[in-house]
Design a protein around this ligand. Structure first.
Ligand code: ATP
Ligand code: MG
Length: 594
């Protein structure tokens, strides 16, 4: 196949687009791969579509190889199945809704659990039909609050989603393992650095759950890895090892003290050290208990307050908090709401006024570190006063615990902690490329998917859910494979195998280049052929070749007249070789097919 630059539907741009925050987005637009149609909605131009199709086919290849079967559901879906699972409401502002001419409700599918479940229910009725693994590669629609970084977080995007259907938990484990193995093969072929981390299953419920994250500083996810063992997790899934209860028989009684003008943790700690110094060591921020008030916004629009207690040296991490509460969203508590709770004194809120049993009636949940017997300095619910020696479990009992405190470099590794080692966590950034998890029976129950087992008894089917961001893979690969001059595609996903440039004025050069292009094409090598006439300077042609990022750049130019050679340049290393004209086609074919 030959793509001629003289005809190719592409305009490379010298300037970065204004809205591009990350290199992959800048380069994909500048090199003529994609164009923005609306916020978070993009068109694929010919070069982009070629990369997209290669990515798609790698995924399809590995899914077919594992024995999954491809099908395709509509993107335009009726309301009823989503009503049955509660997601019509749960999705809130997150989906695109529309009405037909008769006024019936529809949505553009954000994900298709309902359709998969109902279709299997429609057609299958016996354990003998299972397990079955089904997948589709399809356009999804989500009205993301913050579409970002071009294709990385779109409002229209392509996802590969598969589902496994089994009758037993062991069956589900096997289906999960098969998908995990196929994902490893798929991601190994993509040419980006990735890590498999423990994840929460979010809105979907379910048990075993892992994410495949591409390691990228521009990613929106934070994950942790242990310095010592193989533990790796999305921060949202990190469970702080709950400390054992400490005895408090000899703890002094709690006492309120004057701490004027100490509305922040720093001012409080300074004041404590000055006026109430400890014998053993100075007071630190981690000795204080900070109570944060937020509003929970339920999918049906109702709101309720929540109080969260964390050690004063840590912030509440919004993503971790929302990860625990999904599909509920979390907002800060505003002044109007705050004034509805006169028992609360800003800057001096203590557990005394929090909890379902307290005056405020606000539900109060705390970080697991605030465990039975631990002693705290916290607000006394009076302006300018704090309580010292307030013991958890003796002086206050929260309504529950929550994993919402930020996770930091150097925190104890939860796996090491249970196994008696001292590993610590390191944090890094990434972006979710795939998610596999055991959905369990949630959807089968909601939609009544049952089959007859060996004994003729009806059993509810158990499901696994497995996604890959197909369109997201394109910018993610680009993000890890570029330099100042442009893109540098890994061979498996490049829009062509070779970028052939003819330079100079000599018609013989163009004729030779034509022959090389034709021979390569015949040998099954895909060529971008810069056959543009001599008024396009060699400099422009080289710049375009570097920007477009095909892994091998071949220059037919002066070398041909000088000593009968063709220059072959590796786009990634910049290394050049001169190959005699007679050997060039074989040389390139071996390089590409090798
Ligand atoms: P994220 O945390 O990035 O929003 P998600 O948990 O919502 O992802 P899933 O519902 O599990 O994602 O979807 C499966 C895959 O689809 C994800 O692993 C991701 O690669 C991709 N994906 C999800 N949302 C988008 C989006 N808005 N744009 C592009 N790809 C997406
Ligand atoms: Mg999402």
């Amino acid at each position: 196949m030959i793509l001629r630059m003289s005809h190719l539907f592409v305009r490379t741009l010298r300037d970065d687009p204004n809205d591009a925050e990350v290199p992959s987005h800048r380069l994909l637009v500048r090199a003529g791969y994609i164009r923005r149609a609306a916020p978070g909605i993009y068109s694929w131009l010919p070069l982009g579509l070629r990369v997209f199709r290669k990515v798609e086919n790698i995924i399809r290849d590995e899914m077919d190889a594992m024995g999954a079967q491809e099908l395709q559901f509509p993107a335009l879906l009726p309301r009823e199945p989503y009503e049955a699972t509660g997601r019509w409401t749960e999705y809130g502002d997150g989906i695109f809704r529309l009405k037909d001419r008769k006024g019936a409700d529809y949505l553009l599918g954000p994900t298709h659990e309902e359709m998969f479940t109902l279709t299997v229910k429609d057609l299958y009725s016996s354990y003998k039909d299972l397990p079955v693994w089904l997948y589709q590669i399809q356009t999804k629609y989500r009205d993301e609050a913050r579409p970002r970084a071009g294709l990385m977080r779109g409002r229209e995007f392509t996802m590969k989603d598969s589902y496994s259907f089994d009758t037993s938990d062991e069956g589900l484990d096997a289906s999960y393992a098969a998908h995990r193995a196929a994902y490893i093969k798929t991601f190994d072929r993509f040419g980006f650095d990735y890590v498999i981390v423990k994840a929460t299953s979010g809105a979907m419920g379910g048990s075993k759950s892992e994410e495949f994250l591409a390691r990228l500083d521009v990613g929106e996810d934070t994950f942790v890895q242990c310095s010592t063992c193989d533990y790796a997790a999305n921060v949202e899934a990190v469970a702080v090892p709950a400390p054992a209860a400490v005895p408090y028989d000899d703890a002094p009684p709690a006492h309120a003290e004057q701490t004027p003008a100490t509305p922040t943790i720093d001012t409080l700690v300074a004041h404590l050290n000055e006026r109430f110094p400890r014998q053993d060591r100075p007071w630190a921020a981690g000795d204080t208990l900070k109570n944060v008030l937020v509003m929970l916004k339920h999918p049906d629009g109702t709101r309720e307050p929540l109080a969260i207690g964390v050690p004063g040296d840590r912030e509440v991490d919004q993503k971790r908090l929302e990860g625990q509460l999904e599909p509920i969203e979390v907002e800060p508590m505003d002044e109007t709401e705050f004034r509805k709770h006169p028992a609360l004194v800003k800057g001096y809120i203590g557990p005394g006024m929090l909890g379902e049993e307290s005056d405020s009636k606000i539900r109060y949940v705390v970080d697991p570190r605030i465990s039975e017997g631990t002693r705290w300095v916290t607000g006394a619910d009076t302006d300018g006063q704090h309580v010292i020696d307030l013991v958890a479990g003796r002086d206050f009992t929260p309504d529950g615990t929550i994993e919402a405190a930020e996770v930091r470099d150097g925190d104890a590794c939860p796996q090491c902690a249970t196994e008696g080692r001292g590993g610590v966590l390191e944090t890094a950034r990434g972006i979710e490329m795939g998610h596999i998890f055991q959905l369990g029976r949630k959807y089968a129950e909601a939609l009544d998917l049952k089959v007859l087992d060996e004994n003729g008894k009806l059993v509810t089917v158990t499901m696994g859910s497995y996604g890959i961001g197909v369109s997201r893979a394109v910018p993610v690969i680009a993000e890890g494979n570029h330099d100042e001059a442009g893109l540098i595609w890994p061979r498996e996903v490049a829009p062509a195998d070779v970028h052939l440039v003819a330079t100079g004025k000599d018609p013989d050069i163009y004729a030779a280049a034509e022959r090389i292009a034709a021979d390569l094409s015949k040998a099954g090598v895909d060529v971008i052929f810069d056959d543009r006439p001599t008024k396009v300077s060699p400099g422009v042609k080289f710049k375009d070749a570097e920007l477009i990022g095909v892994p091998t750049i071949v220059v037919v130019g002066r070398g041909l007249a000088d000593d009968g050679t063709i220059e072959v340049k590796d786009r990634r290393s910049g290394e050049r070789e001169n190959i005699p004209l007679g050997e060039i086609v074989k040389h390139l074919t071996d390089l590409v097919k090798g």
